[in-house]
Design a protein around this ligand. Structure first.
Ligand SMILES: Cc1cc2nc3c(=O)[nH]c(=O)nc-3n(C[C@H](O)[C@H](O)[C@H](O)COP(=O)(O)OP(=O)(O)OC[C@H]3O[C@@H](n4cnc5c(N)ncnc54)[C@H](O)[C@@H]3O)c2cc1C
Length: 410
């Protein structure tokens, strides 16, 4: 069976590794002409790490990232709202890890090249369309610069080409990303460790401005400083959508957090010290009724792009990859395998897309803001709501996303 994976991101590379583990060969076609370590951080939650462990890359990722000890929530006045232990510290078998995206990608790509062979990864191949007949599918390719390349014939095509998937567009030509006025800016800053040095920190809410801050590289300068990943987010009525390709400019959002000088962190100083920054629109797409069209199916962000408010997109792509590899390994007509995969994954991921819009983890801070009338809390958060009640909100998200302790212990 000839399987073509279009898109060599997290989902595409994980699928290649998963198929190889099951004795099925495949080829990966990726747009970019060369792989460079750019980008900022990503958090690998326990369900992502469970999949990555099964693919045999956990130790490498742990060595290159930072294991989170806790997740901590503050309001925009820097007041404590809620804290919980994370990963192994919360009883999971695997750690929760913050890591540079480039390092994650490089580890996956290295494993694919080493196990499947260098010639199985085809860079500078942009999939632009697919045609099918009874005996197979034909994928049209261009270089990244738009020059035509020979087309490729395959039994099965898996579109892992991300949020702006060209292959999905062929089946949903009028679809656009959904933008609800939330823009984000992301960057990395060399900074002294914040709180425990292993803390995943959320401050504020998207309604009035929010920051997510976590370390991704320890002792980055030999002087005990860390590389800190940060994301600023805000919803503004009528805002123009941020550009995917423009560097981030602190001037565009510093106003929101200019007074966030807390005794435990000077947020404006963190932003101003950025080594690198990018802007990004917070977008997703409405769930669709079908991912599988004969010999083609969608996987990862191509299938279910979601707001990055739950550190969860990569986990869903990784679970997709394992589920699809399992189905293809059962043999028989591969079209049936694609249909079974869709039946297993479409509804759970649609639920995550919806929950990331309505009740993501940062809902905890929105709830606290609601109870304090958006003002600084007088006294302590316990006077407004108990830690147990806040834990229930957090646990409910974990259940929807598939990483409750009970689910992963099964
Ligand atoms: C701001 C932000 C923060 C996030 N933070 C987290 C986090 O902390 N934790 C987490 O788990 N998830 C996070 N996510 C989500 C996560 O990044 C995605 O869900 C994940 O990358 C999806 O993997 P994928 O392989 O489907 O897509 P991608 O990783 O986007 O890979 C798609 C690949 O396809 C290639 N490609 C595109 N078009 C074509 C084409 N036509 N032909 C061939 N190749 C093509 C691209 O170059 C790319 O390599 C975040 C997302 C964003 C936007």
């Amino acid at each position: 069976m000839k399987i073509a994976i279009v898109g060599g991101g997290i989902g595409g590379l994980a699928l290649a590794l998963g198929l190889h583990q099951r004795g099925i060969s495949c080829d990966v076609y990726e747009t970019v002409p060369e792989v460079r370590e750019i980008g900022v951080g990503i958090t690998l939650l326990p369900h992502a790490m469970t999949e990555l462990a099964a693919l045999g890359v956990q130790a490498e990722l742990e060595a290159q990232g930072i294991e989170n000890l806790e997740s901590v929530f503050f309001n925009r006045y820097g007041q404590f709202i809620y804290r919980e232990p994370r990963g192994r510290h919360a009883g999971y078998a695997v750690p929760e890890v913050g890591i540079h995206r480039g390092k994650l990608h490089r580890a996956l790509l290295h494993a694919v090249r080493q196990r499947l062979g260098d010639d199985r990864v085809h860079l500078n191949h942009r999939g632009v369309g697919i045609e099918q007949d009874e005996s197979g599918a034909t994928i049209a390719f261009q270089t990244a610069a738009g020059e035509p390349l020979p087309s490729v014939r395959a039994d099965v095509v898996i579109a892992c080409d991300g949020v702006n998937s060209a292959l999905r567009r062929q089946f949903y030509p009028d679809e656009k990303v959904a933008f609800a006025g939330i823009n984000t800016w992301r960057g990395v800053t060399v900074h002294r460790p914040i709180l425990t040095g292993k803390s995943y920190v959320r401050i504020g809410s998207i309604e009035t401005g929010k920051m997510v801050i976590y370390p991704i590289v320890d002792n980055v300068d030999g002087q005990g400083n860390q590389l800190i990943n940060w994301v600023a987010e805000i919803r503004q009525e009528g805002a123009a959508m941020n550009d995917w390709n423009r560097p981030g400019d602190a001037a565009d959002f510093i106003e929101i957090i200019k007074d966030w000088r807390f005794d435990w962190l000077d947020v404006p100083a963190l932003i101003r010290g950025a080594r690198e920054a990018f802007e990004y629109p917070m977008v997703d797409k409405d769930p669709i009724p079908r991912w599988t069209f004969g010999r083609l199916t969608l996987l990862g962000d191509a299938a279910h792009p979601m707001y990055p408010r739950g550190s969860n997109g990569s986990a869903q792509a990784l679970i997709d990859a394992r589920t699809l590899a399992d189905q293809l390994a059962q043999g028989g007509d591969p079209r049936d395998a694609l249909t079974r995969y869709e039946a297993l994954r479409l509804a759970p991921t649609a639920k995550v897309v919806e929950t990331n819009r309505t009740v993501p983890p940062d809902f905890i801070i929105m709830k606290a803001d609601e109870l304090s009338g958006g003002k600084p809390i007088e006294g302590s958060i316990d006077d407004l709501i108990s830690q147990d009640e806040l834990r229930r909100i957090s646990d409910s998200y974990k259940t929807v996303a598939g990483f409750s302790l009970a689910a992963l212990k099964k």
